[in-house]
Design a protein. Structure first.
Length: 247
């Protein structure tokens, strides 16, 4: 049956529209869902979030699980010169907040840093409709929001992390802006490895499995490269690509 769009419920309501440094970003409400649109391209909504949550969990599992770099003792095996015992994560992309909220709900994570380049998206979480998803996470003392382009951040920051979770595009082959393409190149992946501590985990969200990207991770020197598929309601599964920086 063809869907009908002749009722107010079926017509998306634009809540906010901003012109940012990378083009137009729009927050709209469609029925009970909130949606983010960038330059006319649908990015995400609040309908599910299981694969975004899995992005965070898969990174932590790779760090602390029985087959992870920390061995069978889990977090007790994570030692560092500064005495940290909880892994620290950098999340690339705030989006609708699923990844941040899920990380903050897990007490096993230490510092949680989120990089978001769009001021509008940050505002929607701090004082707008998306606060209903992220208010608790933003109030968590472990959380820090950094307004910067992730591509620039991985090249310039002096900070390092145990996990880097990327969700700034629809996948390595379907980027939001052309400038993001460099992140998935050999040089971009080297920059991602630079912000990871030895044994650190890179986790990359994708709207579909990307076999060529898995090979790119291997060619860039990452180890234990694998892909997890997450079923969705319809169409091809989402995917999380995982890789470990050598120790």
């Amino acid at each position: 049956m063809t869907a009908s769009y002749d009722t107010a419920h079926d017509i998306p309501e634009v809540i906010d529209r901003r012109e940012g440094p990378y083009g137009e970003v729009v927050l709209r409400r469609h029925g009970g869902l909130l949606q983010i649109i960038a330059n006319g391209c649908f990015l995400m909504d609040t309908s599910d979030g299981r694969s975004e949550r899995r992005l965070v969990d898969a990174a932590l599992d790779a760090l602390v699980g029985p087959d992870g770099p920390d061995g069978p003792d889990g977090l007790d095996g994570l030692d560092s010169p500064d005495g940290r015992t909880a892994p620290e994560v950098l999340i690339g992309g705030l989006g609708v907040g699923f990844s941040l909220a899920h990380a903050a709900a897990d007490p096993r994570w230490g510092r949680i840093t989120v990089v978001e380049r769009e001021r509008a998206v940050i505002d929607w979480h701090r004082s707008g409709p998306l606060a209903e998803l992220s208010a608790d996470a933003l109030a968590d003392p472990r959380t820090e929001i950094v307004e910067v382009d992730l591509v620039a951040h991985v090249h310039e920051t002096s900070d390092t992390y145990d996990a880097l979770c990327l969700d700034i595009d629809n996948g390595p082959g379907w980027t939001v802006t052309e400038g993001n393409e460099s992140l998935y190149s050999r040089a971009g992946l080297a920059a991602c490895a630079r912000v990871l501590r030895p044994g650190g985990v890179l986790a990359v969200w994708s709207a579909a499995p990307a076999p060529d990207f898995a090979r790119s991770l291997q060619n860039a020197g990452f180890q234990r490269v694998r892909t997890e598929e997450i079923p969705v309601a319809r169409g091809v599964p989402d995917a999380v690509h995982l890789a470990v920086r050598p120790g």
